[in-house]
Ligand binder design. Structure first.
Ligand code: GDP
Ligand code: MN
Length: 397
C-alpha cells in the first residue's frame, strides 16, 4: 500500500524527522486557509502547491508550483485540483488530482545554493539486510543518476538485528560532504528515517529531495512511502490512510471478493486456479496472438459463486473479447468446476457477450468436458493446453 506525500511526511515527522511543513486541502478556499495558517505557524510568505497523487515526477508534469501570494495559492490550487495530471510515472491519461498539499517554501529566496540530496531505505533481498541508498544528486530522477553517474550513488547496509549504528549515520553525512551543524542534523535525520522505516513495517521510504538550507537545517521536501500489506494488520492507524481513489477500481473489488486479480491491457480475459498456471496461461494467450487482459487466480475453490464473481469482474473490462478458463482439477474435481461454470453462466443471463473457452484437466476431466458440451451454452471446451490456445485464436480471428 502506498501513502500520499503528505501522509508520508506526517509519519516521518512523528518519528522526529524534520519535514517541509504543509497542510492538505481539497478545494481552493481551504487551500487559502491552509496557507494563512502555515504563515502564522512558520512565518512563511511563499508557498508551494503540490498535487497529491500516487505517482512521482509531479514537478515535471506541472503538479508542483510556487505561489508568492495568497491570490496565487488560490488560483494555482483551483487549476491543479480536479486536473488529470500526467507525469513520467503515470499513464498517458494521467491521474486525477483530488487534493493539494500547501507547503511552506523552504528554498529561501536569495539562498543561492540550496543543496538537494537523495535518500531511500529499502530491503536488499540479496543480503537479507536493510539498505540506505543515498546520493549527492538529489532532486532529479534517481534512475538517470544510476545510469549516467553510478559512482554518485552510495549504499549503506544495516543489519536488521543491530539497527543503525551511530558510525553509519555519520559516514552517510560525511559522504554527502557535510560538516559542522549540518553533519549533526543529517546524522539525526538518517537515524530517525531508519527508525520510521522499521517501526512502520515499510518496504520503501524514498525522500527526494532531502534539502539542506543555507542555515544548515536538513529536511524532507518529498516522501514516497510503501507499506508492507502483510504487516498492515498491526498498524490500524496506517491502514486507515489507504486512498482507494488512487487504486484500480476493478482490482479493489476483486481483492475484496478474495480473488487475486491484476488488471492488464490485453483483450483475452483469463480465469485460472493457481498463480503458476495463471502465468503460463498468460504466456499461452500471447503465443496464440492475443494479449492477456488480466491475471486472475481464483484459488482452490472454483465453485459456481466464485466463478460467477470472477466472470463479472473480468467482464468489467471493455477490452475483453474472449475469456479463457483454465483449471487444473487436483483437489477440486473438474466436473464440479464445469458445473460451476455452467451455473454461473446461466445465472448471469445475457451478461456474457464474449466467447468462453474452458479447458479442464485433471480429476474427472472427461466427465467435465461432457457436461460442457451437453450444456447447450456458447461455451467451447478443450482438454489440451495448445488446443485451448488454438480455440482462443479462432474466436479472435
Ligand atoms: P516530484 O516531482 O513528484 O518528485 O515532487 P517533489 O516534492 O520532489 O517536488 C518537485 C520539485 O519542486 C523539487 O525537486 C523542488 O525543486 C521543487 N520544490 C519543492 N518544494 C519547494 C519549495 O518549498 N520551494 C521551491 N522553490 N521549490 C520547491
Ligand atoms: Mn520528488
Amino acid at each position: 500500500m502506498n501513502l500520499h506525500e503528505y501522509q508520508g511526511k506526517e509519519l516521518l515527522n512523528s518519528f522526529g524527522v524534520r519535514i517541509q511543513r504543509g497542510i492538505v486541502a481539497d478545494n481552493h478556499k481551504k487551500a487559502v486557509e491552509a496557507a494563512k495558517q502555515l504563515a502564522e505557524e512558520t512565518g512563511t510568505g511563499w508557498w508551494v502547491v503540490k498535487a497529491q497523487i500516487h505517482a512521482g515526477g509531479r514537478g515535471k508534469g506541472g503538479g508542483v508550483k510556487l505561489a508568492k501570494s495568497l491570490a496565487e495559492v488560490e488560483s494555482i490550487s483551483e487549476n491543479i485540483i480536479g486536473m488529470m495530471l500526467v507525469t513520467p510515472q503515470t499513464s498517458e491519461k494521467g491521474k486525477k488530482v483530488h487534493q493539494v498539499l500547501i507547503a511552506e517554501d523552504v528554498y529561501y529566496p536569495g539562498d543561492s545554493e540550496p543543496e538537494e540530496y537523495y535518500m531511500s531505505v529499502l530491503l536488499n533481498r540479496a543480503t537479507g539486510k536493510n539498505m540506505i541508498m543515498y546520493s549527492t544528486e538529489g532532486g532529479m530522477d534517481i534512475e538517470t543518476v544510476a545510469e549516467e553517474t553510478p559512482h554518485l550513488i552510495f549504499t549503506e547496509e544495516i543489519d536488521p538485528l543491530l539497527g543503525i549504528q551511530a558510525f553509519q549515520a555519520r559516514k552517510i553525512a560525511f559522504n554527502l560532504g557535510l560538516s559542522g551543524n549540518a553533519l549533526k542534523e543529517m546524522t539525526k535525520f538518517v537515524t530517525s528515517l531508519y527508525t520510521a522505516f522499521v517501526k512502520s513495517d515499510a518496504s520503501l521510504f524514498e525522500i527526494n529531495p532531502v534539502l539542506k538550507t543555507s542555515d544548515d537545517k536538513i529536511l524532507a521536501v518529498d516522501s514516497k512511502v510503501t507499506l508492507d500489506d502483510n504487516a498492515l494488520f498491526r498498524h490500524k492507524d496506517l491502514a486507515a490512510l489507504r486512498d482507494l481513489r488512487e487504486e484500480n477500481e476493478i482490482e479493489v473489488e476483486a481483492n475484496a471478493a478474495g480473488l487475486n486479480y491484476v488488471d492488464l491491457d490485453g483483450n483475452v480475459g483469463c480465469m485460472v486456479n493457481g498463480a503458476g498456471l495463471a502465468m503460463s496461461t498468460m504466456d499461452l494467450i500471447k503465443q496464440s496472438g492475443g494479449e492477456p487482459a488480466n491475471f486472475l487466480d481464483v484459488g482452490g475453490t472454483a465453485d459456481a459463486k466464485r466463478v460467477e464473481t470472477a466472470f463479472r469482474i473480468i467482464l468489467k473490462d471493455d477490452n475483453v473479447k474472449a475469456i479463457l478458463v483454465n483449471i487444473f482439477g487436483g483437489i477440486v474435481r473438474c466436473d464440479r468446476v464445469a458445473q460451476g461454470v455452467i451455473d454461473a453462466y446461466k445465472n448471469m443471463g445475457d451478461a456474457i457477450k464474449v466467447p468462453i473457452i474452458v479447458r479442464l484437466q485433471g480429476t474427472n476431466a472427461i466427465e467435465a468436458k461432457q457436461l460442457i458440451d451437453d450444456s447447450g451454452l456458447a461455451v467451447i471446451s478443450a482438454t489440451e493446453f495448445q488446443e485451448a490456445a488454438d480455440k482462443v485464436q479462432q474466436v479472435l480471428a
